[in-house]
Design a protein around this ligand. Structure first.
Ligand SMILES: [Zn+2]
Length: 312
C-alpha cells in the first residue's frame, strides 16, 4: 500500500540527507525573537522601546525612559535587586537604575518585566559598566573594629543580610517627589562617596556613603518622603534609620546619637528623624548617609542630581 510505503522507518529516516535550508529557517525562527529581546539600547522592540539610557559606572545612577502599552506594575531587575517605573507621559515610563559600588565591569543586562508578574513580558537591555574613580583615605581605629572576633563577624554578616533584605525590593508606590535633599543643615561633606578606606595601614573597603560634618545633637532630616523600614543599632553603622521612598529607592542615616522615628512612620521631605552622633565604627561624630537603588549602593549626591534632572 502506497501510504504505508511512504512512512519512513527509523533506519531510512536516519539515512535521509539533512535539509539544510529547513534547518536554517528553524534556527532563525528561534533566534530572531531572542535577538530582538536583547537589542542594543535605543533600538525598538515591537511596541516596547527604550527611549533613553546611558551607560553607567560603579556607584552611579542611570535614568531609563521607555514606552510600552502594558498596564502597571512595571518592574526591572539589575544588580540582583528590583526597581520600578513611574508614569511620565502617555505610555511613557521612567525608572532610576543603580549600579553598585562593587558592580562587575563590562556588559551587563537590565531586565524589564512588563505588566503583571504572571505571564509578564520580559525584555533585556545591555548596559556597559565601567569602574568608578575613587580616591584613598587612611584612618587609625581600634584593632577590634578592623579585625573583629568571629562572634562579631557573624553579627556583622547578619546585619548586612538584614539591610540587603530590607533595601533590595521595589515597593510600587512612589513616595519620593522632586529632588532629594541633603539631610543636614550645613550639608558640609567631610568624606566623599566611594573612597578607598585604608584602616591601620591596610586597604579594607570602599566608603559606601557620604559623610556629612556635624556635632553630636545636630538635626538629621529625611532627604525625601518615605516610610521608615528600620531603626536599629548596628555594629559598624551604629544607630541607623532606613527609609523606603518607593520604586526601589532607599536612604540610610548612620552613627546617630538619637533616632526620633519608628518603623512604619511615613516621613515627609525635611522631617526631623534623629540627631548626629558617633555610634558604631567612627573616629568622631558625623552623619554617614547612604543611598540605594535596586539594592545597589550608589552615590547620594548622584541621587540628588538624578532626581533634580527628572523633576526639571
Ligand atoms: Zn561614612
Amino acid at each position: 500500500m502506497p501510504i504505508l510505503m511512504r512512512k519512513p522507518s527509523r533506519n531510512s529516516y536516519k539515512k535521509e540527507p539533512l535539509n539544510k535550508g529547513l534547518a536554517l529557517r528553524a534556527l532563525l525562527i528561534i533566534l530572531i525573537p531572542l535577538l530582538m529581546a536583547i537589542s542594543p539600547i535605543g533600538q525598538s522592540t515591537d511596541s516596547t522601546s527604550l527611549l533613553t539610557a546611558k551607560n553607567s559606572a560603579q556607584g552611579s545612577i542611570t535614568t531609563i525612559t521607555m514606552t510600552f502599552k502594558e498596564k502597571p506594575p512595571h518592574k526591572g531587575y539589575f544588580n540582583s535587586g528590583e526597581f520600578a517605573f513611574f508614569n511620565t507621559g502617555t505610555d511613557t515610563y521612567t525608572a532610576l537604575v543603580g549600579t553598585d559600588l562593587y558592580a562587575k565591569g563590562g556588559r551587563q543586562l537590565i531586565e524589564v518585566s512588563l505588566g503583571d508578574e504572571v505571564g509578564a513580558r520580559r525584555r533585556y537591555y545591555p548596559i556597559d559598566v565601567s569602574g568608578g574613580e575613587f580616591g584613598f583615605e587612611s584612618f587609625t581605629v581600634a584593632k577590634k573594629m578592623v579585625t573583629p572576633p568571629s562572634k562579631t563577624k557573624s553579627r556583622i554578616a547578619e546585619e548586612r543580610k538584614l539591610v540587603r533584605g530590607l533595601t533590595s525590593k521595589a515597593t510600587e508606590k512612589k513616595l519620593w517627589h522632586g529632588a532629594f535633599e541633603l539631610p543636614t543643615n550645613n550639608g558640609d561633606v567631610s568624606s566623599a562617596f566611594g573612597t578607598n578606606r585604608v584602616l591601620n595601614g591596610t586597604k579594607r573597603y570602599r566608603h559606601n556613603g557620604l559623610d556629612l560634618r556635624g556635632q553630636t545633637g545636630k538635626t538629621v532630616f529625611a532627604s525625601n518622603k518615605g516610610r521608615v523600614v528600620m531603626t536599629k543599632a548596628l555594629y559598624i553603622s551604629g544607630n541607623t534609620i532606613a527609609i523606603d521612598h518607593g520604586l526601589g529607592l532607599y536612604t540610610m542615616y548612620s552613627h546617630l546619637s538619637k533616632m526620633t522615628v519608628k518603623v512604619g512612620d511615613v516621613v515627609d521631605k525635611g522631617t526631623v528623624i534623629g540627631e548626629i552622633g558617633a555610634t558604631g565604627r567612627v573616629t568622631g561624630p558625623h552623619l554617614h548617609w547612604v543611598a540605594k537603588i535596586n539594592g545597589a549602593t550608589v552615590s547620594p549626591l548622584e541621587l540628588i542630581e538624578a532626581t533634580r534632572l527628572i523633576s526639571g
